[in-house]
Design a protein around this ligand. Sequence first.
Ligand code: ADP
Length: 477
Amino acid sequence: MKTVLSVASEVSPLVKTGGLADVTGALPGAMRAEGWRLVTLLPGYPSVMKALKSSRVVRTERACFGGRARVLAGRAAGLELLVLDAPHLFDRAGAIYLGPDGKDWPDNAERFAALSWVAARLAAAGVEDVKPRVLHAHDWQGALAPVYLKAMKGGAGIGTLLTIHNIAFHGLAPASKLAALKLPEAGFTPDGFEYWGKISALKGGLVASDCISTVSPTYARELMTPEFGMGLDGVLRQRVGDLTGILNGIDEELWNPAADPEIAPYKSPAGKAKNRRALLHEFGLADGPGPLCVVISRLTEQKGLDLLLNALDVLAARSGRLALLGSGDAGLEAAWRDAAARLPGVAVRIGYDEALAHRMIGGADAILLPSRFEPCGLTQLYGLRYGTVPVVADTGGLADTVIDANAAALAMGVATGVKFSPVALDPLRFALSRLCNLHGDRKTFTTLQRNAMKQPVGWAASAPQYAALYDRIGGRA
Ligand code: ADP
């Protein structure tokens, strides 16, 4: 079978901070049916080492960015894995990118350069029966892999793909780290991995990869603009012919309202009523005639939840309810706690809780994503599958996956949610008002829910697109 070596810093369900992990965890299964075998290289964090069963050492690196490292091959959670066991880099308690002070680990550049360098070594040399035609790197943490591979013996015949899940993180390092990161000085130019006097792992990958993909067609287009490109729009414009947007799918077994162990399963919108009552109860919210909305999100500037704080009165005026689950920025956590203390229709759980996320999607009428940018977004896809109407900013993957309930779409019977733009307070307030109007009209709202539940949100459409890309860059025998 044609093989891809995928390299990523998170892979669900072993280690996850966001949507990146969902995709790297789901893609191997989705691609098998397309005739591609994906083997994933990831760091040996404590959680990964624990999950790895009956592994064997397939490679040893004596000098791996400050210490000795081994590559273990094994399986976990149904995935074929190669694990970089480098205790000096990855055997640390707590969050994977952040130290106990809540700041990035000071050696993050070395940690993920090591991951990328080992990926390139494995791709170039092959390991056991893993002789990849394609090296598929994800985000800045894997982005140097194509850079290293290009310079390695045996690297030339292997196709390279870099997928951008979020361009906000560049993996910057001072130029003084060039040697420590095993990077060739010749590449430290504006045409290479230099970015305003620093090393940029992401830029290096964007320049060196045969192809670049991102997780929705609209985000691909947006990335080429100064507003969304975060300083790399020029690089992406230069590579327009090699840039593709492929939507993420969701795990349709894990997220299936008809067989979700966290909820009373249902196949039609009417089945949500019981889950709605349970959710109101769980959050200590009184029922009301308005929509029960949920937010499940990292609390960061990106997600636009500061705007939502100032739009809650629109929901309150229509007896709407809001339950939020999230964690992140300390200021936003405090502001949301404060809103919940002040407003009887608002309840908040600060934390990360996947089981609760299922109960929220199962019980809610609507899910809100007022993101300033959203490469793909997954929770609106969960919402669609569960008949939980998405109210979304018209950006990135949200633009590509939700059909606004405008008059034409309603008349055609294809509307699935509410969209607003630009991402600003007044358009968001109006979107919430529209949601309340739609929700007040039972027949229309049920139609929206039914349309949403029918929309394909799995990998069936996207897997062949990845296969086409793999074939394009590494299809040679
Ligand atoms: P991002 O990668 O920007 O965080 P995505 O929508 O692509 O956004 O993916 C977020 C993923 O993380 C989803 O699977 C979502 O359900 C999950 N998630 C985010 N915050 C929480 C939380 N507090 N509790 C449980 N799951 C969460």
